[in-house]
Design a protein around this ligand. Structure first.
Ligand SMILES: Cc1cc2nc3c(=O)[nH]c(=O)nc-3n(C[C@H](O)[C@H](O)[C@H](O)COP(=O)(O)OP(=O)(O)OC[C@H]3O[C@@H](n4cnc5c(N)ncnc54)[C@H](O)[C@@H]3O)c2cc1C
Length: 503
């Protein structure tokens, strides 16, 4: 698929703003009939209640994704379990989190083995990131396409252009780079699924589905959001980001080629879809789009956060209505992805004998779901704590090791700022379409240092407090009303959590 991504095209782009001028006369006004709160978002609207076009290329949902994932060709150092190898660290999972940590930890002679059912499989997800986040890690070569600006459509009449370059990560290149680092630093690989982890005082072991049992001083679980190895002692009340994305060849599209579309909150496409419009006005979704050239585009209809999770079918129906309204005719679906990211919620128990990393260690941004750049940035910090304990000069194992590594990844200051980001998520959960639009209208008017820092999880507590004041100052009266009436409960919860964490 990477071959399909062409460099920034010089062909004239169609302007979104000019080609999609609102035509309010053709759509009924926002419905005023009472909204019935669904018992659960699982309640599915019947397909027959929506008009889904069936003409040629009319409904992309019928198209089968063409790309079959091909494994990466790379010479790995495979572990020979029959030799009962001595290992310092076993890392479960070779996603972005597992590999970037393995590469760093092994730099100092620590014996690391990564275990995954398929270490050479292509990562399935499409990753995007702000360019500065990867540049600061010297990974700017790992984008297959960048856009100098991003755009946000607040509504039919208001859009914003964000002067911050954004890029689509070339996941093959990033994985190869991390694998290369791992191999150079002596990381071993074992192809298996981990079934169980056992702990003794100074050592742990994993039991694999191939019957092998491997021992190490530390087990790091980087097996993603669905992991059951990392333990929690609080209810996992996270929100969910859910999205349906396609990389598609289209007849034409209205997006500027020099901008990626970060969020399109317009709902004029639901003018003739009263049911979808009602649910969208309470649980809004937006379009995220990365135009590669005039015929190739990645499109994703996204629910930023919902609890309980919004129905996937509803997301797809909204997307079909949106593309139809925009005149986007999909000729081929090259790839499709279902994105489901648990966001916010409590951190795992700190410390505990299994070290978490990535999706299962609370690293996804609680308000946005982004995680890759942050994980890459935190890997050296966690690696340093591991090396301090297991390096040749100090053999710290058992409880002191677990204590140091967990507190290395989640020192108190980072835990407190995470509480703030969780508060951000709880606030977003309370906003309907109108509130969400006002929120982002004010948010992207903030001093770029604030909104850049917030989205990249790099603000201190003091900076977050300043951001809140500034956001309140920039908010419309209705938004201020929303904040004053809807935020006190999440605010009190956040303060309570901050106090508990501080103790
Ligand atoms: C569709 C989608 C799109 C996303 N897009 C973005 C984005 O644009 N930007 C961003 O920053 N974040 C994004 N995220 C969020 C997050 O960055 C990704 O989920 C990321 O892949 C998480 O990385 P990870 O290494 O923690 O887990 P994963 O990538 O899920 O990797 C886990 C690995 O562990 C292995 N594994 C699982 N169980 C076992 C076991 N029992 N034994 C051995 N191995 C096991 C799996 O085979 C896999 O290789 C997205 C998430 C999804 C789902």
């Amino acid at each position: 698929m990477e071959a399909l991504i062409t460099p920034l095209s010089s062909s004239p782009s169609l302007s979104l703003s000019s080609s999609l001028k609102p035509n309010s006369s053709s759509f009924p006004p926002l419905t005023t009939h009472p909204f019935i709160f669904p018992k659960s978002h699982k309640e599915k609207p019947s397909l027959s209640s929506f008009r889904v076009q069936n003409s040629k290329f009319g409904n992309f949902l019928d198209l089968i994704p063409e790309n079959k994932s091909t494994p990466i060709k790379f010479d790995l150092n495979w572990l020979d379990p029959s030799h009962k190898p001595r290992l310092d660290v076993i890392i479960i999972g070779t996603g972005p989190a597992g590999l970037c940590l393995a590469e760093r930890v092994a730099q100092n002679g620590i014996r690391v083995c990564c275990v995954d059912p398929d270490p050479l499989a292509m990562w399935p997800n499409n990753y995007g990131s702000w360019v500065d986040e990867l540049s600061s890690l010297n990974l700017d070569s790992c984008f297959d396409k960048t856009w100098p600006m991003a755009s946000v459509f607040i509504n039919d009449h208001k859009s914003k252009y964000l002067d911050r370059p954004y890029g689509r990560i070339n996941r093959k290149m990033l994985k190869m780079k991390l694998l290369d680092g791992c191999v150079s630093n002596g990381v071993k690989f074992h192809k298996a699924k981990v079934w169980k982890i056992n702990h003794q005082e100074f050592e742990s072991s994993i039991v694999c589905d191939d019957g092998n049992e491997l021992k190490a001083s530390l087990i790091v679980d980087a097996s993603g959001f669905a992991s059951s190895f990392v333990e929690y002692d609080k209810p996992r009340n996270h929100g969910y980001q859910i999205a349906h994305g396609i990389l598609a060849e289209v007849e034409e599209h209205p997006f500027d080629l020099d901008k990626m579309l970060l969020m399109d909150w317009r709902d004029s496409h639901l003018g003739n879809e009263p049911n979808l419009r009602v649910t969208n006005s309470r649980f809004p979704t937006f379009l995220y789009a990365m135009p590669f050239d005039s015929n190739l585009v990645f499109l994703e209809e996204t629910s930023l956060v919902s609890r309980p999770v919004l129905s996937y079918k509803e997301i797809k129906l909204r997307m079909a209505a949106r593309l139809r309204h925009m005149g986007i005719k999909v000729k081929r679906v090259i790839e499709s992805e279902k994105c489901l990211i648990p966001m916010g919620g409590p951190l795992p128990v700190i410390p505990q004998p299994v070290m978490g990393m990535g999706g299962n260690a609370g690293l996804a941004h609680p308000s946005t779901g982004y995680m890759v750049a942050r994980t890459l940035a935190l890997a050296p910090i966690l690696a340093e704590s591991i090396i301090e304990c297991l390096g040749s000069t100090r053999m710290i194992r058992g409880q002191p090791l677990y204590h140091r590594v967990w507190n290395g990844l989640w020192p108190i200051e980072r835990r407190l700022t995470r509480e703030y980001y969780r508060f951000g998520m709880e606030t977003l959960l309370k906003l309907d379409l109108k509130g969400t639009r006002s929120f982002f209208d004010a948010f992207f008017d903030l001093n770029p240092e604030y909104w850049h820092g917030f989205l990249s999880s790099r603000l201190s507590l003091m900076e977050l407090a300043m951001l809140s004041l500034s956001l309140f100052g920039h908010s419309s009266n209705s938004s201020k009303f929303d904040i004053v009436t809807k935020c006190p409960v999440p605010l009190v919860k956040m303060m309570g959590n901050v106090v508990v964490e501080s103790i």
